[in-house]
Design a protein around this ligand. Structure first.
Ligand SMILES: NC(=O)c1ccc[n+]([C@@H]2O[C@H](COP(=O)([O-])OP(=O)(O)OC[C@H]3O[C@@H](n4cnc5c(N)ncnc54)[C@H](OP(=O)(O)O)[C@@H]3O)[C@@H](O)[C@H]2O)c1
Length: 193
């Protein structure tokens, strides 16, 4: 007897419902597009040493992107780069403090020199210390402005000329542009998300 073609468990569960079936097929299609769309893309990620940046770097490298990682914590970057390279990924990294414009420019240059182009700059580095305004943690406020706002602007300043020259490129950042009245420090105004 001919064996039945194997069907993914979710597809089997959904096959009686046309709407769910459509959703399942669309998810598969999106997954495939994501895999194909990411392969060989050169992606710079700031704030890649932990959290969202680290997880994004690992995921993109698994999907075939060439990731270029920046953060202040060099040891964590080295460890992450070893992990990615050990799994067969393409990775470069440089110690980067996004408060320093020259660091951000160097990171973008590293991507262009190593891989010949820049497809995406992910302005991911960010901090979000929360405190009541009357704690007057002015240093935190200044840091948030320097990292969450000026750091992103330095990224734009570094990447846009490259994108113009190439004729392509994407910038991403996690910016909240609005600010509701809040008793906490100015995080809502500067948060990148
Ligand atoms: N708007 C939203 O919806 C939303 C959602 C989630 C998170 N966020 C915000 O996004 C940020 C990141 O979240 P997360 O969970 O990934 O936090 P996380 O684990 O603390 O990661 C922050 C990353 O930014 C890097 N970083 C901090 N200051 C830097 C600087 N001056 N130069 C370069 N890199 C710097 C850190 O690396 P080094 O310390 O090694 O430099 C680290 O890699 C936080 O500020 C969080 O509040 C916003």
């Amino acid at each position: 007897m001919a064996s039945k073609p194997s069907i993914h468990r979710d597809q089997r569960l959904h096959r009686k419902d046309p709407l769910l079936q459509y959703g399942w097929k669309r998810t598969q299609c999106l997954k495939q597009n994501l895999m194909q769309g990411t392969k060989d893309k050169v992606i710079v990620i700031t704030g890649a040493s932990s959290g969202i940046g680290e997880a994004t770097a690992v995921m993109l490298a698994e999907r075939g992107a060439k990731v270029v990682l920046g953060a202040r914590g060099l040891e964590r970057l080295e460890g992450l780069a070893r992990r990615i390279a050990g799994a067969g990924g393409e990775v470069a990294y440089a110690q980067t403090d996004v408060r320093k414009r020259e660091d951000v420019t160097s990171l973008v240059n590293l991507a262009c020199e190593r891989y010949g182009k820049l497809d995406v700059l992910m302005n991911n580095a960010g901090i979000g210390p929360i405190s009541p305004l009357d704690d007057l943690r002015v240093e935190d406020w200044e840091n948030m402005i320097d990292i969450n706002i000026k750091g992103v602007l330095y990224g734009i300043a570094a990447a846009l000329p490259v994108f113009r020259k190439q004729g392509f490129g994407h910038l991403t950042w996690r910016a909240r542009l609005g600010c509701a009245p809040s008793p906490s420090a100015p995080r809502p105004a500067t948060d990148v998300g």
